[in-house]
Design a protein around this ligand. Structure first.
Ligand code: ZN
Length: 379
């Protein structure tokens, strides 16, 4: 997630947004084995007519537990089925379905990886309902954020959208997350690992965060903690997947990927690592590679453009390899790494709104050179 511009705060001309610190966050975050059993208590605190928005597979994973939890609080949980991409038309269909019989759901439970959560966010906004997010993997920074993405019918990103406020609650059931495919967790690691470094570039270069204000000490410290936990716990946390049982390292890693990563990007801002996600999908082979792998690669390109030392680069490459992140284009599924491909990626990257969050202006040629350099480093 995270291609949005700062929102206008609608302030008077006399107020400089760079002088106003702002921090926004999910209202309540619960994480641990069985956390989905809190769905009833949480939904009952927010409304009377809960609605699960999820695809059929996720429905199979969460509905029985969530519905039983709702019944204990005299709530009847209904479900509308997500099919395909998060498009405006798909969301309108689900909203109409949710209102059948004159009903007016007032709490949306948005469940899934990326699509289910984003669709649920969109449906909650259309209904004017409260929002509880139930992620089924730690694959990205979306669950705690107020942002989501609309796609068009050709599966291309159409727009970045914002909810009027962050989710009311996020329930992260680590018994579920520990059963998700390894690639999803690795993607979440890539999406979270860049946050400290993108945030630093934003902070150091006068950028605004996604709430349209200056960053805080809180946001900076959260970003540092996010980085530290990933470096310390990612390898051990990934091992929990084999036994399908959450361990302390898995719990710490999950908090870093879902809570800290989300807080970090919204409250700090994005820079080059996420800018590469504009260009990389234009290279044949990488279209289906998960977001966090693109961002993880983008972070290495950012480090090269930051002119980091050979020692620093060697440590970064070793960590990427240890967790299974891509260190070059082949790792993203791009097999034609000729100059034309690299130029196409660089040109696409230049469309990113985050390029201004960097220590100097960059050209497409700068990105081409950095990507070539990374190919040489990892040959
Ligand atoms: Zn992201």
């Amino acid at each position: 997630m995270g291609t949005g511009m700062g929102m206008s705060m609608g302030m008077g001309m006399s107020m400089d947004p760079h002088a106003i610190r702002v921090f926004g966050a999910v209202h309540r975050y619960h994480q641990g084995p069985g956390a989905i059993g809190l769905a009833g208590e949480v939904a009952a605190s927010l409304g009377r007519q809960p609605l699960l928005v999820a695809d059929e597979i996720v429905h199979g994973l969460v509905f029985d537990t969530a519905a039983a939890a709702c019944r204990r609080h005299d709530l009847d949980l209904r479900w509308v089925a997500v099919r395909g991409d998060v498009t405006r038309a798909a969301v309108q269909r689900l909203v109409a379905e949710a209102r059948v019989g004159g009903r007016q759901p007032d709490v949306v439970l948005a469940a899934g990886g990326g699509k289910g959560v984003d669709t649920g966010k969109a449906v909650s906004r259309e209904l004017g309902a409260r929002l509880v997010v139930l992620p089924t993997s730690a694959s990205n920074d979306g669950p705690c954020s107020k942002a989501f993405v609309y796609y068009d019918d050709a599966h291309r990103m159409a727009s970045v959208e914002f909810l009027p406020r962050n989710p009311d609650a996020v329930l992260v059931d680590t018994n579920l997350l520990v059963q998700a495919p390894r690639a999803l967790l690795v993607s979440g690691i890539g999406d979270a690992l860049c946050k400290l470094y993108e945030g630093e570039q934003t902070r150091n270069n006068g950028g605004l965060n996604l709430f349209g204000g200056a960053g805080t000490i809180a946001a900076q410290q959260i970003s540092v903690a996010c980085d530290r936990v990933i470096r310390e716990d990612a390898v051990e946390g990934l091992e929990a997947l084999a036994a399908a049982r959450p361990t302390p390292a898995f719990e710490r890693l999950t908090e870093a990927l879902v809570l800290l990563s989300g807080l970090a990007f919204e409250n700090s801002g994005l820079s080059l690592a996420h800018s590469l996600t504009r260009g990389l999908p234009l290279a044949e082979g990488s279209e289906t590679t998960l977001h966090g792998f693109h961002v993880g690669y983008g972070l290495l390109v950012q480090f090269i453009l930051e002119q980091r030392s050979p020692d620093f680069m060697a440590r970064q490459l070793a960590f990427h390899r240890a967790v299974g992140l891509a260190v070059n284009l082949a790792g993203l599924g791009v097999h034609d790494t000729g100059a034309a491909t690299i130029r196409r990626i660089a040109d696409g990257t230049m469309a990113s709104p985050h390029l201004k969050h960097f220590q100097r202006p960059l050209s497409a040629a700068d990105f081409e050179n950095a990507m070539q350099r990374l190919e040489q480093l990892t040959a």
